[in-house]
Design a binder for this molecule. Structure first.
Ligand code: NOJ
Length: 676
């Protein structure tokens, strides 16, 4: 990578009163990262360097519009405001209770030299572990609305790198794709977050924060090797429709010296607005079981008839299981009218307040409540948005009346197949990550919040940290989850869950639905490609404040000793620390439960075995713990011996090193119980 010496000129930093500078700089609090904005040569560009080495070379900024001239280059700096910021804020639930927000900010005001002098501001926030920047287009004379046809933001990486990414175009399955690991130069068009390891060993993750009133951004490589923003279009090709003024989401670049360091960053959350819902004490992290995996295994059906899974009797069986083993929720899919026939194509037939006749929702809600359990609602829309929006308020009111506080939503539809009637009365199809859906999800969250309901969206728009602003957005899917192991061809390879923590999980929680104990012999040679111990590790590694114990009750009853870990593990954390890992190879994460003294640690491998010698220095000072270790047996292997697991106990303190072997496709889960 080229060494870059930034000539920090005295004039540029705080005001323009000594004339108009053509560059402005801002550094991270630790001084290692420097971001420069330049208007030199009539080009509006930004660049990023760390330790004086270029990370992003000068890269273009600007827009093309439908209803006015493009805005890039040809601008002058008319104001630079810099400030420092240091605060902490508390999450109602999360990977850690206290989040620290320490950054330096630079707001650059720009004026176009022609076209009547249009104004644009660009706000940068630089943290020790990365940066975000956003465009702010202020209200200005003669402009009442804008249609963005192209955001010209470029990301010109200073050198080639190894990239972990999913393509935007290759599949009908939205973000549910097996990750590719290629050189950066081989990336065509990638969803974010995309994760890079530079030749020098620096880890980068590109994403966006606070995707509100805007379209999702992916990265596209141009024929000349530049990466530029590509916004998901409306049905008619518009990219973003705005009023007189607009703010883009933050374009984020996380920077870390280690792969694990990427996971310890709070940049995405810090760049989102604080909670807008007020008291959210009704949003409850917990664990749930459900009538779900049996449909994916084709043991029962969503639709009515002999195989119908959501019957009163079957639901009682799950409620009894939940009550016996301490699970708080019972998800029931296929409970409502609309699943018969081709439900993927017939989203408009779903009724969100009408149960099938063999599902007595009133009686079941009461049966659950008497046993300290709640039903978890399910609203599959199949992308029929008008149908859902017309009914969702009544649906949420019904759920609230029945004591149902969590709802899993679903948007099963191919890419670009979200159906709606447009303003002109025509049937059109939108994208899962376009502006229409960005707005739809927020409508759902607000309507749900009125009934104290939390939302777990499947086939969602990507996570950009909006759980800070709407804490009832409790989880989502947005990657290949466990279900692919039931019917995917192929299922998830062993490396999948060793890649997710460094890629998709940087965006936020995922409802992966871990905990499958019956790993083999599904239809069409499908199976789960992990050891049983790795299924336990997922509860610590793949963060979600709601975690499913996804397998069938009868399969858990064959391994009650291993089920104990799922019963014990927390889903809400005082602190989380990613300890070690390499992308796709292995990962080790420790988390301390919120409101208690116990720590948990999970580790897992990809295709290869891994010997872990983990310092326990994260444990609390002066406390002795009983380490309850669930690990692979020495002869275990995801392919040939997946059920070989060992459960053992050991006294430890923070001064020790715990040595654990992870077999190929294996894992471990440890509960550290603080001794009184
Ligand atoms: C896809 C979801 O990911 C899955 O969890 C759900 O069971 C089906 N859609 C049906 O809604």
């Amino acid at each position: 990578m080229k060494k870059l010496l930034f000539m920090m000129t005295a004039f540029a930093l705080s005001s323009c009163d000594k004339g108009l500078p053509d560059r402005a700089f801002v550094t991270s609090p630790d001084g290692r990262t420097i971001v420069e904005l330049s208007t030199k040569g009539d080009q509006l560009t930004y660049s990023v360097a760390r330790d004086q080495e270029a990370i992003v070379s000068p890269s273009i900024l600007g827009f093309e519009f439908k209803n006015m001239a493009a805005l890039f280059g040809n601008m002058e700096i008319v104001g630079i405001d810099q400030s420092g910021h240091k605060s902490s804020w508390e999450q109602p639930w999360g990977e850690r209770r206290l989040v620290h927000d320490i950054h330096r900010e630079m707001l650059v005001s720009l004026k176009e030299k022609t076209n009547g002098g249009r104004l644009l501001k660009i706000r940068f926030r630089v943290f020790d572990d990365g940066l975000g920047f956003r465009y702010e287009f202020p209200e200005q004379k003669g402009i009442t609305s804008t249609v963005i046809m192209n955001e010209k933001t470029e990301f010109q990486f200073a050198s080639d790198a190894s990239a972990w990414w999913i393509p935007t175009d290759a599949t009908a399955n939205r973000y549910e794709v097996i990750y590719k690991n290629t050189t950066l130069s081989a990336v065509t068009e990638a969803h974010t977050p995309i994760t890079l390891k530079t030749k020098e060993g620096t880890y980068l993750s590109l994403h966006e924060a606070a995707l509100v009133n805007y379209s999702g951004m992916s990265l596209q490589q141009t024929p000349d090797g530049h990466f530029e923003a590509d916004l998901s279009p409306w049905a008619n090709g518009d990219k973003v429709r705005t009023g007189a003024s607009f703010k883009t989401p933050w374009r984020t670049i996380q920077i870390s010296d280690t792969a694990a360091g990427l996971m310890n960053s709070d940049i995405i959350l810090n760049l989102n607005e604080p909670n807008k819902l007020g008291d959210v004490s009704w949003v409850e992290p917990n664990k749930y079981v459900g009538i779900w995996w049996e449909m994916h295994l084709n043991v029962s059906s969503w639709g009515s008839g002999e195989k119908h899974g959501a019957t009163t009797e079957n639901t009682k069986r799950y409620i009894d299981f939940a009550a016996k083993y301490g699970f708080k929720g019972v998800l029931v899919e296929g409970w409502n009218i609309g699943w018969d026939g081709d439900w993927v194509a017939n989203g408009d037939l779903f009724r969100f307040t009408e149960p099938y006749p063999d599902y007595d929702i009133e009686a079941l809600a009461a049966y659950a409540q008497e046993r300290g359990v709640s039903l978890v609602g399910h609203n599959e829309t199949s992308g029929g948005i008008d149908n859902y929006e017309a009914q969702m308020k009544d649906g949420f009111a019904m759920f609230e009346r029945l004591g149902i506080a969590q709802v899993k939503t679903g948007y099963v539809a191919d890419i670009g197949n979200i159906k709606r009637i447009n303003e002109a009365g025509a049937k059109v199809k939108e994208h899962h990550d376009g502006q229409f859906m960005a707005e739809h999800h927020i409508k759902v969250l607000k309507a749900a919040a009125e009934h104290k309901i939390s939302i777990n969206s499947h086939e969602p728009i990507k996570d950009t940290g909006l759980r800070r602003t709407y804490p009832n957005w409790i989880s989502r899917e947005g990657a290949r989850g466990q279900e692919y192991n039931a019917w995917g061809s192929p299922g998830n390879p062993p490396s999948h869950t060793a890649i997710l923590p460094f890629t998709r999980m940087l965006a936020g929680p995922m409802d992966f639905t871990p905990g499958i104990f019956s790993l083999l012999d599904y239809e069409n040679n499908n199976r789960v490609s992990t050891t049983l111990a790795k299924q336990l590790a997922l509860y610590v590694v793949i963060y979600s404040p709601i975690q499913m114990a996804a397998d069938l009750p009868e399969n858990y009853e064959k391994h009650l000793d291993a089920l104990q870990f799922i019963q014990d593990v927390s889903t809400d954390w005082e602190q989380s620390i990613a300890l070690d890992g390499e992308i796709g190879d292995f990962v080790v994460i420790a988390r301390k439960e919120r409101g208690g003294n116990d720590w948990f640690m999970g580790g897992l491998s990809g295709e290869n075995a891994k010997n872990i010698n983990q310092s326990l220095s994260f444990l609390d000072q002066g406390v002795t713990y009983e380490a309850q270790i669930y690990r692979d047996g020495d002869e275990g292997h995801w392919d040939t011996n997946p059920y070989d697991y060992v459960i053992e106990k050991k006294e430890v303190t923070r001064d020790e090193i715990l040595s654990l072997k992870i077999v190929p496709g294996g894992g471990f889960a440890v509960r550290f119980v603080a001794q009184k």
